[in-house]
Every structure is written in C-alpha cells, then in structure tokens.
Design a protein around this ligand. Structure first.
Ligand SMILES: NC(=O)C1=CN([C@@H]2O[C@H](COP(=O)(O)OP(=O)(O)OC[C@H]3O[C@@H](n4cnc5c(N)ncnc54)[C@H](O)[C@@H]3O)[C@@H](O)[C@H]2O)C=CC1
Ligand SMILES: O=C(O)C1=N[C@H](C(=O)O)C[C@H](O)C1
Length: 250
C-alpha cells in the first residue's frame, strides 16, 4: 500500500520538530517536506504532499491554509488563534475546494480532549465554573486555544440546561484579577518556567467542588492525535473542529 505523503509546517518549532520525528517514524507515512518560516510553500505542490500538518503561529496559519486549499492539500491544524472571522474565511476556501479536508484540533492529546468532554458534562450540574490554563512562558497567545474551546463548550452546555449565571459578588477588582471572560466563563492564564501545557476546570456547588485537571508533560502527548488526524482527514472533506470527532466522542 502506498504511504501517505505528509508535510510539516513549523518544522523547527517545539511541537513541529516532534511532529517531524513522529511522521518519520510512522510506517504508513512518508515525510515529503519539513518547512520553516520563509521556506517556499511551492515545495508542497512539487513534492506532492497529500496532507499538511500545520504547527506554526497565529499570524502564519491563514496564508498557509489558503495555499493548501488552493492546491487541494488536506490539513491537520494545531495552530491557535481561531476566531469566528477566520473560520468563516476558511469555510469559504473549503467551499471552493469541496473534496479537501481540514481538521482544526485545539488540542491533540487524548487527556485534553477528555477534559473538555468531562467539563461539558459537568458544567450544568454546578453553580460555579472557572478555567485555569498553565503553560510554558514562550507561549505567544493567551488564553490558550484549549481553554477557549473548553470555556465555549461549558457555556454551550449551561445555555442548553438554562443554568443561571455563576454567583460572584465582586464589586471592585484590579484589572485582570478575575481573569478573562470567554463566553461568560472566567479563564485564567498562568505562564511559568518548567511547565508545558496544563489545564484545570474548577466546578463548585453547595458543599462540594470538582476539579478536572490535565497535564501534558511532553510534546509526545500530542503525536498520536496528529497522526490519527492525518490518516482520517484525507477521507473527511470539509471542516472538522475538534479531534473528538475522529475519536468517536462527538
Ligand atoms: N493543538 C495542539 O495540541 C497544540 C497546539 N500547539 C500550537 O501550535 C503552535 C506552535 O506552537 P510551538 O511549536 O510551541 O511554537 P514555536 O514558536 O516553537 O513554533 C512555531 C514555528 O513555526 C514557524 N513558522 C512561523 N511561520 C511559519 C510559516 N509561515 N511557515 C512555516 N513555519 C513557520 C516558526 O519559525 C517556529 O519555528 C501554537 O499556536 C501552539 O499553541 C502547540 C502544542 C499542541
Ligand atoms: O502553545 C502550546 O504549547 C499549546 N497550545 C495549544 C493551546 O493553546 O491550547 C495546545 C496545548 O495547550 C499546547
């Protein structure tokens, strides 16, 4: 059987360099290109890449995806920075390339996907819910894509259950003391040397609390999800948002 022709964008980055190694080690894949900032995107067409693994930066991802969709190259995207406007633009590009698939995964690790699912399940059952994400200090965006997605899923679950707003008597606060608000859910971002990627969802009710915590201790935690995404995206046209859809958890 012929091998899946995979290219990695952001190949010299923290997660991109790990992805290069994972694709090279996968028996059913061939790494046809490993590109960094400034490298020619044309290499993707020349090498016949079928799937691009996009692990760059929020300022680069859209240009890269525009190229991929113009050339019918499927994409597995881990890069953060997804807004409604960006998703609308991406859907327009996909409409013009209807056989191409794009997976955007706020987080590729199985534990993080489960954290989001558990938080979604628990959210309507507690009065209070807040998210804390903790990352290495070289991370350029806050809050993390995972925390943003978690907060959106929590908010959606609470809307569907007609949950009242969480109690909060704060009358005066220093700017930022209560974190950022994503879809009504407080999200707090910690940047600390020694950490990689961690998240806690804190839920509180009368006389009890529940803490759901996930820790990515190494970039290897993201690799099975990336490889699964590459294998599945080639037969899944259109936009898939969240790895859970490829894990039978949606
Ligand atoms: N979805 C997930 O599970 C994960 C997502 N991420 C996300 O992946 C992205 C990258 O994270 P890190 O590797 O930590 O950052 P990084 O800064 O170490 O790596 C990004 C790399 O992309 C390169 N780059 C920038 N523009 C480029 C372009 N146009 N073409 C090719 N390469 C380009 C940079 O030079 C850099 O080497 C971030 O948005 C991060 O949040 C990171 C880990 C897991
Ligand atoms: O920048 C990172 O490191 C990570 N980024 C993603 C995010 O913003 O959620 C995924 C993971 O948290 C690691």
């Amino acid at each position: 059987m012929s091998k899946l022709r995979v290219a990695v964008l952001g190949a010299k980055g923290r997660i991109g360099s790990e992805a290069v190694r994972a694709v090279e080690a996968a028996e059913d894949m061939e790494l046809v290109a490993a590109l960094g900032r400034g490298d020619e995107l044309e290499t993707l067409a020349v090498t016949g890449a079928q799937v691009v693994v996009e692990l760059t930066t929020p300022d680069s991802v859209m240009g890269n995806l525009e190229y991929c969709l113009e050339h019918g190259i499927h994409a597995v995207v881990g890069t953060t920075g997804w807004t409604e406007e960006r998703l609308t633009q991406l859907k327009d590009w996909l409409a013009a390339s209807p056989e191409t698939g794009v997976l955007i995964a706020p987080n590729f690790s199985i534990g993080a996907v489960l954290t989001m699912k558990f938080a979604q399940l628990a959210a309507p059952w507690f009065e209070s819910v807040e998210v804390i994400e903790l990352h290495h200090p070289k991370k350029v965006d806050a809050p993390s894509g995972t925390a943003t997605r978690t907060a959106q899923l929590i908010a959606e679950a609470r809307r569907q259950a007609d949950s009242p707003p969480a109690p909060d008597a704060t009358a005066t606060a220093l700017d930022g003391a209560r974190g950022a608000t994503v879809d009504g859910v407080p999200v707090h971002s910690v940047r600390l040397r020694g950490l990689l990627a961690h998240q806690e969802v804190l839920l509180g009710g009368e006389g009890e609390t529940l803490t759901i915590r996930h820790d990515s201790l190494h970039h290897s935690s993201f690799m099975p999800g990336i490889l699964l995404g590459a294998r599945r995206v080639v037969t899944t046209p259109g936009l898939t948002f969240g790895l859970e859809h490829f894990l039978g958890m949606s």
